[in-house]
Design a protein around this ligand. Structure first.
Ligand SMILES: C[S@@+](CC[C@H](N)C(=O)[O-])C[C@H]1O[C@@H](n2cnc3c(N)ncnc32)[C@H](O)[C@@H]1O
Length: 254
């Protein structure tokens, strides 16, 4: 066993200054007497650099699939950063692409199960229920507001699938035999659902489609790497990254 303090599941590698940053930004936000709307319209003032980095990284990946047919599958929704980013980028960059849907899979109650493959000296403290986010209703409400102003907004863009993805993904495929996938964004963090997502969605992905992994080579999440390694036995691919983002690794299928 390592003697090092375990990395917390959420915001694990932040320095003390980084942990204090959001609270300091919040104080400035609250001291500003402008309207909420005016403050939100200047969001780069208040949003941490790392969150903007994430948004730009997703933009770079979205651009890779702009000309690839198929929907986007977000594996692990949590508070909805990814699904709402994909939905808004689609509305901005391809407003008439009414067949591209954003499907988000999550329990909306945190990790349902931890497998053996998810455990190592660095991750033994990961527990069922970690990364809990009861965000389903809020995301659907915000999606409806977004739909009310976007082009072709009467055709739904975001669909959330609640439950353990190990079960819901195969069920989803059975009841949606039309689905083609241009981007599979794997962010469950865990072995079993990542493996199930790869097995079920890969046959629906054309050449040029992108598989993105959020947690490869990360000591806290060995299960995601393990699922990727098993997948690699049959499918060799180049693993790319955005130079400014430490987390996401992605492969363009060829
Ligand atoms: C890192 S978060 C996802 C972050 C999200 N992509 C974003 O944009 O912020 C991981 C999520 O995966 C979900 N999750 C993990 N295992 C799951 C499973 N077997 N079925 C459904 N959801 C699961 C958790 O509930 C959690 O919300």
């Amino acid at each position: 066993m390592t003697n090092k303090k375990p990395t917390p599941v959420s915001a694990g590698l932040r320095t003390t200054a980084e942990q204090e940053e959001a609270g300091k930004n919040k104080s400035c936000f609250e001291r500003n007497s402008s309207s909420w709307e005016q403050k939100m319209e200047t969001f780069p003032k208040y949003v941490r650099r790392q969150n903007l980095t994430r948004f730009i990284a997703l933009y770079e990946i979205f651009k890779r699939v702009l000309n690839v047919k198929g929907s986007i599958v977000e594996c692990g929704v949590n508070h909805g950063f990814g699904v709402m980013t994909w939905a808004k980028l689609s509305a901005i960059l391809e407003p008439v692409n009414l067949t591209r849907r954003i499907y988000g899979f999550d329990t909306f109650s945190g990790f349902p199960k931890i497998a053996e493959e998810d455990l190592s000296d660095h991750s033994a403290h990961v527990r069922e229920g970690d990364l809990f986010a009861d965000s389903y209703d809020e995301i659907m409400a915000l999606t409806a507001i977004h739909d009310s102003t976007r082009f072709i907004g009467h055709v739904p863009k975001v669909e959330l699938v609640r439950g353990d993805a190990v079960k819901t993904i195969p069920e989803f495929i059975t009841s949606n035999p039309h689905v083609v996938v241009s981007l599979l964004f794997l962010d469950f963090d865990l072995y079993e659902p990542t493996k199930v997502a790869l097995e079920n969605f890969l046959p629906r992905m054309p050449k040029g489609a992108v598989i993105a992994f959020d947690e490869l080579d990360n000591p806290l999440w060995p299960g995601e790497t393990q699922a990727m390694l098993e997948f690699l036995k049959e499918h060799r691919f180049r693993l790319e990254r955005c130079p400014f983002d430490p987390y996401i690794g992605f492969a363009v299928l060829d």
